[in-house]
Design a protein around this ligand. Structure first.
Ligand code: TTP
Ligand code: MG
Length: 241
């Protein structure tokens, strides 16, 4: 069945092979349906947290639980369907647009592909391509702009109606027109899902239910935008930059 979308880090320590600690004793909990923002300077460990939730890597110490279950005890295929990820560098496969939305999951039919493309505002640009949903793209994008690749990535991430959505700098490489298309769709897209959002522009994270401020691999502060401003700590400093 569908996940509820609760995520919990319990005393997580993590290092990339042979390197220093990147995450040090990180603990936090995200309730189902909440939107949480991760902020902090470059190298603070934001993307590494995402890499662990997706199990691109495993923790060295501690635990990550989704709906109370250690993700190491879950099936990769479940995690992949229940966690939608959009990262800054969109990975495309040579094949048509349809394939790039559904990948190898043949249970996603043409109707479902169109539905999710409409829902994420990708449909409009797809309709402008000579072959529409059958337009061939290459790993480097082919005829797609950076913004169009990003819209495609949103459609792919939402194809399975995931309980958890992760956006890592997801609009930083796109033109302003695409960004506003994404912003338009975002409220609808995140509704009813647990959302983790990483953005350098702090203006885009102020409405999060909770903001986690990372500093050199540790959680420095956590709270709402208002609480963190009032605290006049690291978030306040980053916000003034
Ligand atoms: P990140 O987790 O990538 O830091 P970040 O996402 O907060 O930074 P940015 O705002 O620039 O996106 O990196 C934390 C440390 O881990 C940093 O020293 C780089 C290192 N690292 C690797 O060694 N390999 C990796 O694959 C990644 C993602 C990071
Ligand atoms: Mg990052």
């Amino acid at each position: 069945g569908r996940f509820r979308g609760e995520i919990e880090f319990r005393n997580v320590w993590f290092a990339y092979e042979g390197e220093d600690w990147v995450l040090k004793d990180v603990s936090f909990k995200v309730e189902p349906g909440e939107t949480v923002a991760l902020v902090g300077a470059t190298g603070a460990g934001k993307t590494s947290i995402i890499n662990l939730i997706c199990r691109f890597y495993d923790v060295n110490r501690g635990q990550i639980l989704v709906d109370g279950v250690d993700i190491r005890d879950m099936r990769q295929s479940d995690l992949r369907r229940q966690i939608g990820v959009v990262q800054q560098d969109v990975f495309l496969f040579s094949g048509d647009i349809k394939y790039n939305i559904r990948l190898n999951d043949t249970e996603i039919d043409d109707e479902k592909i169109r539905e999710v493309a409409r829902y994420t505002n990708a449909h409009r640009f797809i309709e402008t391509k000579p072959n529409k949903y059958d337009e061939e793209v290459t790993e480097r994008g082919g005829t797609l702009s950076a913004g169009q690749r990003q819209l495609l990535a949103f459609a792919r991430a939402l194809a399975f109606d995931p309980a958890i959505l992760i956006l890592d700098e997801a609009t930083s490489a796109v033109d302003t027109e695409t960004e506003s298309l994404i912003q338009d769709a975002l409220e609808k897209i995140t509704r009813g899902r647990t959302t983790i959002i990483i953005a350098h522009r702090l203006s885009t994270v102020q409405h999060a239910d909770k903001i986690i401020v990372l500093h050199k691999g540790r959680i420095r502060e956590c709270g709402t935008h208002e609480e963190l401003l009032e605290k006049r700590g690291l978030y306040y400093k980053l916000y003034l930059l």
